[in-house]
Design a protein around this ligand. Structure first.
Ligand code: MG
Length: 447
């Protein structure tokens, strides 16, 4: 298996498809791309391969003449925020996020801590495949320092929410960190907000459950929330850019609910403006935006597309609905799990409602997400899908894959960007209609 170079980063199994040599070369090329004398912030999650990858990243950057500020173990959102606050030229995030422990990955960010645009990643891929690492002379090697910004990061989140209201509410929260980098931030943030915190799986680097915080992987969290009668359960992935919620009844919510609750609240708090979500996100975002007088923009799937669109339209809030990733540009333009947790608590305290009450108030749709392993000729398949949609009088968009819409029912079919798979999302008001359309589309793709 070879290195996977996607528009969102490079990733692979450490020592197999992702070697220290690859990491050194990519970091060096990224450093050279930013230019001698630039400053780059580096940080990593809690995987066993993290220190080995980190040393290679640092070495690649320093030898390109780039100054390095190393945060060590840090959640992805903290690294992005640090690039912005330290006015650095870029950042290297070492984390395979929700992938299994043997994986690792590099995500590259530019100024303001925003993920590189996929076009810029494409240019780097070209340089990576053709170019060779460059070494500056001995007296031009970059400088190196290690800093700890945990306290500043937590304090800034605290300043963005109504701490007094949250403290007065006296919440009890169960937190499932799964040994990830969130362990150095979220328990302390919640403690400062007067929350009684019960932490599960909090030893960094010990991954107890599957890495992805999904309804089928969070059984322990749900049963603990019920057992200790907590107000809410929070779960992160390994780099804590994501947040999954569990209600006081132990119901594990899908991650688009996290984003919906935060978006609805912030659009109201900020008086509307604009919202950016990807094309695979629920129709409830259109309903929420319209009820808050906001404009919705949709992008291809991928946080980088969402983030760059948010900068372009000066969005109030945005995120990736399918993975609980909330982006609030007032803080920084990247998904932030600890911030999302604080905003959820603020909303519960300000509105005096339980989490399940807030969820009940959201627009209701029935959604199915499926994928089938297949190597398809996408040009042929998309043509078939477009004809099908037009024959049903559905509106077609080809922003990413093929999306077809009526007022109450929509579907998105797209080839995976990283695997030989075709992904389907179908959502509507009526379960029968959703199941029926999904069935028809899967047959059509495979025919
Ligand atoms: Mg992640």
């Amino acid at each position: 298996m070879s290195l996977i170079f996607t528009p969102l980063g490079i990733r692979g199994v450490f020592g197999e498809s992702l070697t220290v040599g690859d990491v050194l070369k990519l970091s060096n090329i990224f450093g050279d791309h930013l230019g001698e004398g630039s400053t780059v912030v580096v940080g990593r999650d809690t995987r066993d391969s993290g220190p080995a990858v980190e040393k290679a990243v640092v070495s690649g950057l320093l030898s390109a003449g780039v100054h390095v500020i190393n945060l060590g173990v840090a959640p992805t959102p903290m690294i992005e925020w640090a690039v912005d606050r330290l006015e650095a030229d870029g950042g290297v995030i070492i984390s395979a996020s929700h992938n299994p422990p043997e994986w690792n990955a590099l995500k590259l960010v530019g100024e303001r801590g925003v993920l590189l645009h996929p076009d810029e990643m494409e240019a780097l891929k070209e340089k990576f495949s053709k170019g060779e690492p460059k070494t500056v002379p001995w007296n031009k090697v970059g400088s190196y320092r290690e800093v700890n910004l945990v306290d500043e990061y937590i304090s800034e989140i605290e300043s963005l929410v109504d701490g007094d209201r949250i403290r007065d509410a006296g919440f009890k929260v169960v937190l499932d960190l799964n040994g990830g980098a969130g362990a150095i931030v979220t328990p302390y943030l919640l403690h400062r907000l007067g929350v009684k915190v019960i932490s599960l799986n909090s030893a960094p680097g010990i991954f107890v459950r599957e890495m992805e915080p999904r309804p089928d992987t969070l059984g322990d969290l749900a049963s603990t929330v019920k057992a200790v009668r907590a107000d809410v359960g929070f779960a992160h992935d390994t780099d804590a850019d994501r947040l999954t919620l569990v209600t006081e009844w132990g119901e594990i919510l899908t991650e688009d609910i996290t984003l919906a609750l935060v978006v609805d609240y912030l659009l109201q708090k900020e008086g509307g403006g604009s919202l950016v979500v990807n094309v695979a996100s629920s129709k409830m975002f259109d309903d929420i935006a319209s009820s808050r007088g906001a404009t919705v923009y949709r992008t291809p799937v991928g946080e980088a597309y969402v983030a760059h669109k948010m900068l372009e339209v000066n969005a109030t809030v945005g995120g990736e609905g399918s993975c609980g990733g909330v982006i609030y540009p007032k803080f920084h333009v990247g998904r932030d799990g600890p911030l999302a947790a604080a905003i959820i608590l603020e909303r519960m305290s300000v509105e005096g409602k339980t989490l399940s009450q807030l969820v009940d108030e959201l627009p209701k749709y029935y959604m199915r997400r499926e994928s089938i392993p297949a190597r398809v000729n996408w040009d042929e398949v998309s043509e078939r899908l477009i004809k099908f949609a037009e024959s049903r009088g559905m509106k077609v968009s080809t922003l990413d894959g093929v999306r077809m819409d009526t007022d109450d029912l929509w579907a998105l079919i797209r080839p995976s960007k990283t695997e030989f798979k075709v992904r389907f999302v179908v959502e509507g008001r009526d379960k029968g209609e959703v199941d029926g359309l999904l069935d028809e589309l899967m047959k059509l793709v495979m025919s």
